[in-house]
Design a protein. Structure first.
Length: 198
C-alpha cells in the first residue's frame, strides 16, 4: 500500500512538472518575438517617391537629417504658409532640416493643377526651393503608402492621426522616425515647431 501511494505521488509530481514546462514553453520566445516584430516601428527611409518633375526621390538619402513632411495646396486659405515654409527651410537647412511638400487635392478641390502648374505656382509666388513631390492623395482609399505610414501607429510606432486639412505637418527625426504631428493651422515658424527643431 505504501509503495502504491509513493508511485501515485511520484506520477503526480511528474505530471505537475510536465504541465509547468509545457505552459512555460508555450509562452516562450516565438510568440513574444512575433508580437515584438509586429510592434516594431518603421522608418520613412523605406519610401521612394517621385518628385514634382517625375524623378525618383529616395527618403533614405535624407538619413541624419530632420524631415518636415507637409501636404500642400495652391488655392487654400493656408496657402501663404508656403512663404513661412520656405523661410523655415532657409533658416534651418544648414542644421540638417529638409522640408518635403506633397501637393494633394483631397480638400474641397484646392489643388486642381498638374504637377507642372503646381511647380510653376510655387516658384513664381513663393520662391520655393525645398523638395516638392508629385501630387498624391493623403486620405481615403487611394491614400499614398507614405501617408498610411505617417497616420497609423501600427506602422510609425508614434501615433494615429488623420490629415485634417492642407498643410498638416509631420516631423521625422534624424533616424527616420515620426516624432511630432502639427495641425494645419500651426504655422511653420510657430514656437512649437521651432522648439521641436532644436
Amino acid at each position: 500500500m505504501k509503495h502504491m501511494r509513493k508511485l501515485i505521488f511520484t506520477l503526480a509530481l511528474v505530471g505537475l512538472f510536465s504541465c509547468q514546462n509545457k505552459a512555460q514553453s508555450n509562452s516562450d520566445s516565438p510568440n513574444i518575438t512575433i508580437q515584438q516584430q509586429n510592434m516594431e516601428k518603421q522608418s520613412i527611409y523605406q519610401f521612394v517617391v517621385n518628385d514634382i518633375n517625375g524623378k525618383e526621390f529616395d527618403f533614405s538619402s535624407l538619413k541624419g537629417k530632420k524631415i518636415l513632411v507637409v501636404n500642400t495646396a495652391s488655392k487654400c486659405g493656408l496657402t501663404p504658409q508656403y512663404k513661412e515654409l520656405q523661410a523655415l527651410y532657409e533658416k534651418y537647412a544648414e542644421n540638417g532640416l529638409v522640408i518635403v511638400g506633397f501637393p494633394a487635392n483631397n480638400f474641397m478641390g484646392q489643388e486642381p493643377g498638374s504637377n507642372e502648374e503646381i511647380a510653376e505656382f510655387c516658384q513664381a509666388n513663393y520662391g520655393v526651393t525645398f523638395p516638392m513631390m508629385e501630387k498624391i492623395s493623403v486620405q481615403g482609399k487611394d491614400m499614398h503608402p507614405l501617408y498610411a505610414f505617417l497616420t497609423q501607429k501600427d506602422l510609425n510606432g508614434h501615433s494615429d492621426s488623420k490629415v485634417e486639412w492642407n498643410f498638416q505637418k509631420y516631423l521625422i527625426n534624424e533616424e527616420g522616425y515620426l516624432v511630432e504631428v502639427f495641425s494645419p493651422r500651426t504655422k511653420p515658424m510657430d514656437e512649437k515647431i521651432l522648439k521641436a527643431l532644436q
